[in-house]
Design a protein around this ligand. Sequence first.
Ligand SMILES: [Zn+2]
Length: 180
Amino acid sequence: MAIMKAKIVVVPLGEVDFMMVNRLATNVGPIFGRSVDILKGMKMPDEAFNVVRGQFYASVILARLERIKANQKEFVIGVCEEDLYLPDEPFIIGSADTVAGTSLASLFRIRQEFYGLPEDELKVYSRLFKQAVHFLAHLFDMTSCRNPKCVNYYSQNMMDIDGKGEKFCDICKRQLAERR
Ligand SMILES: [Zn+2]
């Protein structure tokens, strides 16, 4: 009996740029060899907002995303416009919970506007795609890659993200093939 492969579920959060999320949902499937569902959307959870920091607590959102899973094997990625944080980090551009099978990417700091530059949709989309693939790779139990050209490279800033490609390197491809 063939085992049905679990889907990737893309969740637009709050007032996120839907075109951007839609495009991500179209392109993220082939790289992992999975089919993709895109949900209508989910409100940003009020309880995740930290008034003092003016940011959303990523772990709370990741936990909320877990509740929308139709089955244990699904991998979820939420996309939002809001700024995210973890207690030990001033900010994060995304996060993954490998136990829950959920991940989250924020457009807040990958938008050119954040750096006072003119908006560049192509560049912003490419950054979102690369980061979403990187976070989803964690859910597939892949470790971050040391190859700065690989999409799965652990990127610490926009220069790292812009410098890496949109594909897995050969080592990551092998890792993925073993896991899926
Ligand atoms: Zn790699």
